[in-house]
Design a protein around this ligand. Structure first.
Ligand code: TTP
Ligand code: CA
Length: 416
């Protein structure tokens, strides 16, 4: 494990990025302490400890200046004082950290909806689909670091790798204020010289069993026969360890409930009573939803419709799709079918709001689906996305989606 004080920091240049690694692990540096320093710029560059100042409390976190004296999270505050007598001790403000954390996560979600928050100050981001909008993963990582600094005046560290486990190891090694990119083909070589304890999930107990058997590095672990490993740590752990030590980790991003959808809503200026009018607006919403899914490189496994009537009653309907999609025409068809099914339930009341969401998001499969009739629509979508990117939103309207009887122009201004 690194010493957590930045003395053995490893970082890389953007030039090593060949685009093969698309998982980011972003971790804020000395998070609570850095947030405290926003209010106390006079303390920048000094050893600062965040802790309740009482005789039996422990250190919550410390600036890297304090870590150089051996101060670490979870050690007794009394011990920290002995190690670094001139350290300044600040009381924690948890509500503030939660607020800043929300802003950090919002910045991440500006780059991809595939964000898995793993603690108050760290998250995994799958940026495989964000390339078209934001560039190579390393460039995205650098942009995120710059934005976190510009907007929040905080520093963070990013590990870029082929999977979560390796990305987490990379960010740990690059701390603080660093970026480390591990191209997919270099995963095994990157891991080999590291201590086994670097592997995410290898704790003190497993680490000691391995060390007692003379297994210190990841290379030694990969060279240990499976039967030996099983005797040391048990069968299930041995299989898991072997995979992680070779840089294999198939866990994808685990989204929380709120993050599981992408979509749009439109509130009408006046209540709408004609199905045709709502349907036309819905087509524009489907177009925008498809565009956002494609921009983020995700496909929706379900479509949900939301209607709000003039009495503020909300009607929601959703359906699962046989094949996940990012194709505007499919999203529009599903949305319209849901709208027509729910329409009678309005019982003559006007519609205030209509919205559509793509749910059950997953990353777009790397290999395109076999040829089917949605493929041509997909290429239409690609052309349309390119034109929109060039000429701006509203430049192109989904005329192809319109019902033959309703080939009227959708007013882009009516879309949200
Ligand atoms: P960490 O990410 O572990 O630590 P850090 O952000 O302070 O420093 P770095 O990542 O640069 O090594 O934890 C994030 C915050 O969580 C940390 O600022 C304070 C809090 N925390 C605790 O309250 N108790 C703990 O034992 C640890 C480790 C962290
Ligand atoms: Ca952190």
């Amino acid at each position: 494990m690194s010493k957590q004080d930045g003395t053995h920091r490893q970082v890389s240049d953007l030039s090593v990025d060949d685009g093969t690694s698309t998982m980011l692990h972003v971790d804020m540096d000395a998070f609570y302490a850095s947030v405290e320093l926003l209010e106390r710029p006079d303390l920048r560059g000094k050893p600062v400890i965040v802790a309740h100042d009482s005789p039996r409390s422990v250190v919550t976190t410390a600036t890297y200046e304090a870590r150089r004296y051996g101060v670490r999270a979870a050690i007794p505050l009394a011990r920290a004082r002995q190690l670094c007598p001139r350290a300044i001790i600040l009381e924690p403000h948890h509500e503030l950290y939660r607020q800043v954390s929300d802003r950090v996560m919002d910045i991440f979600r500006g780059f991809t909806p595939l964000v898995e928050q793993v603690s108050i100050d760290e998250a995994f981001l799958d940026v495989s689909g964000a390339r078209r909008l934001y560039g190579l993963p390393g460039t995205i990582a650098a942009t995120i670091r710059a934005q976190i600094w510009d907007v929040l005046k905080l520093r963070c560290t990013v590990g870029v790798a082929a999977n979560k486990s390796v990305a987490k190891i990379a960010s740990t090694l690059a701390k603080p204020d660093g970026l480390l990119i591990v191209p997919a083909a270099q995963t095994a070589a990157f891991l080999a010289p590291l201590p086994v304890r670097s592997i995410w999930g290898v704790g003190a107990v497993t680490g000691k069993s391995l060390a007692d058997a003379g297994i210190q590095t990841v290379r030694e672990l990969t060279e240990t026969p499976q039967a030996v490993l099983e005797r040391l740590v048990g069968r299930a752990a041995a299989v898991h360890l072997r995979q992680l030590s070779m840089g294999q980790d198939v866990r994808g991003i685990a989204l929380t409930r709120e993050e599981k959808s992408i979509g749009h809503e439109h509130t009408f200026d006046t209540d709408i009573y004609e199905l045709g009018h709502v349907r036309r607006t819905l087509l524009g919403i489907a177009d925008r939803t498809g565009r956002r899914l494609r921009a983020h490189g995700v496909v929706a496994g379900g479509i949900a419709l939301k209607l709000r009537d003039e009495d503020f009653r909300t009607l929601s309907r959703s359906r699962k799709l046989p094949d996940p999609t990012d194709v505007t025409r499919v999203i529009a068809q599903q949305g319209v079918a849901l709208l027509e099914a729910v329409w009678p339930e309005l019982d003559g009341l006007g519609v205030r709001l209509v919205g559509l969401r793509g749910e059950r998001l997953t990353t777009t499969p790397a290999q395109a689906a076999l040829w089917d009739d949605t493929e041509t629509w997909k290429s239409t979508d690609d052309v349309s996305d390119a034109l929109q990117a060039k000429f701006g939103s509203g430049a192109l309207l989904p005329a192809a989606l319109l019902h033959p009887r309703e080939k009227t122009r959708i007013d882009p201004g009516s879309l949200d």
